[in-house]
Design a protein around this ligand. Structure first.
Ligand code: ATP
Length: 202
């Protein structure tokens, strides 16, 4: 799996549509302090499924939307699209594409959220699932931002376990287990309800 292109609009300092291509080889993003380099990483972490605004260097989710400047009024929606290539056959089949997949996430100032894969509406869970086996999840150590090394060194064993699970591809199974347990609980409740009805009818 390769990142091919990132399209950002209304996200943090990127008020206008900005397209960042990742050609083969190494891509470096350079710029003066405060020019938005880390905001690009935040956009990547967000499209990979990050839900906690603090992990995106904000205090609440509204902080990811362009807040306005002297010359520009604030945006009402933050939008990030990631195009990935070299995807598995399973993924391509699931989302009806050949070699690429386009993932989009939008967050509106009124709190509305939208998720798309290849322009089809989907759930955040579908987006997160794409990255489960890749070691590329939002919290994985494939993104090392300022202070991350220190954070890893001082992490609790439980927190370190999350990094290992992610790198070893175990997260997918843990999420599936959680899902199955939820459905099992629901089925138990339904069964109890049916038992109640049966005893009422008797
Ligand atoms: P450094 O090299 O110092 O680490 P950087 O290039 O990584 O800097 P960022 O941290 O990505 O810079 O960007 C910081 C800039 O983004 C600040 O000017 C900040 O005001 C701006 N910014 C952050 N959030 C928003 C927002 N919601 N709306 C508008 N601008 C924002």
């Amino acid at each position: 799996m390769k990142f091919k292109k990132l399209i950002i609009q209304g996200f943090k300092s990127f008020v206008d549509k900005t397209v960042i291509d990742f050609p083969d080889g190494i891509t470096c993003i350079v710029g003066p302090n405060g020019s938005g380099k880390s905001n690009i990483l935040d956009a990547i972490r967000w499209i990979l499924g990050e839900q906690n605004p603090k992990e995106l260097r904000g205090s609440d989710m509204d902080d990811i939307i362009f807040a306005g400047s002297e010359k520009r009024s604030q945006s009402n929606v933050a939008s990030v699209t990631l195009v990935i290539s070299d995807i598995s056959e399973e993924l391509a089949g699931k989302w009806g594409s050949f070699s690429e997949i386009e993932i989009s996430r939008k967050y509106y100032r009124d709190g509305e959220r939208e998720y798309f894969i290849n322009n089809k509406r989907c759930k955040l869970k579908d987006i997160r699932e794409i990255f489960f086996d890749t070691g590329l999840g939002a919290r994985s150590i494939s993104i090392i931002e300022q202070g991350k090394v220190e954070k890893i060194i001082s992490a609790s064993p439980e927190e370190i376990r999350v990094f290992f699970d992610e790198a070893a591809g175990i997260t997918r199974f843990k999420e599936k287990k959680k899902d199955a347990e939820k459905r099992l609980e629901q089925a138990k409740e339904n069964l109890n309800r049916v038992k109640d009805i049966i005893s009422e009818v008797k």
